[in-house]
Design a protein around this ligand. Structure first.
Ligand code: SF4
Length: 178
């Protein structure tokens, strides 16, 4: 049986959602036989397979030009996109900077820093977007996993339900998996 290809991505977030993903403990052993982890911060593979993946889980909000490029690539190369965690779903903590000027923030941080001689580091730091955006504001998303972070059990249920071909049901405002 061919394995389901899964990618994960980390945009503007604290990595807590990936920690929750890794916290699914023994379910990871079950998953290891059924899925192939492709591009992910928790693997050495950092580029999307040219032929795409079945599922991509995205942690974090879209905050800079690099995220914008990567989220569009993820959408184009994934059958299913999942927003994982409140930063991806709503903008959450990274969105608190909305309303401030990104250029002024960069100038305030780096312009007065003696270690950079006042040079703005745009050769290595991607330009910030005017507004931090939840993922679904930029590209269509199939499923949303709420929480900061979503509990490990919810992430595990979601992945297992998708692998088993089950459609999650909408209960109240939440998705119920399996
Ligand atoms: Fe971190 Fe919470 Fe954002 Fe996940 S949703 S990246 S745990 S702040």
């Amino acid at each position: 049986m061919s394995k389901v290809k899964v990618a994960t991505m980390w945009f503007s977030g604290c990595a807590g959602c990936h920690m929750s993903l890794l916290d699914i403990d023994e379910v990871l052993i079950d998953l290891a036989g059924r899925i192939e982890f492709c591009n992910s911060p928790v693997t050495d593979l950092k580029v999307f397979p040219e032929d795409g993946v079945d599922v991509t889980l995205i942690e974090g909000a879209v905050a800079n030009e690099e995220h914008l490029h990567l989220v569009k690539e993820a959408r184009a190369k994934s059958k299913i996109l999942i927003s994982m965690g409140d930063c991806a779903v709503t903008g959450n903590v990274p969105g608190l900077r909305n309303g401030l000027s990104p250029d002024k923030m960069i100038e305030d941080i780096y312009g007065k820093d003696t270690t950079t001689n006042g040079e703005l580091p745009y050769d290595v730091v991607p330009h910030l977007l005017d507004r931090v955006r939840p993922v679904h504001e930029v590209v269509p998303v199939e499923y949303f996993l709420h929480g900061c972070p979503p509990p490990a059990g919810v992430i595990a249920k979601a992945i297992l339900a998708l692998l088993d071909g089950k459609e999650p049901e909408l209960v109240g405002e939440d998705l119920k998996f399996g």
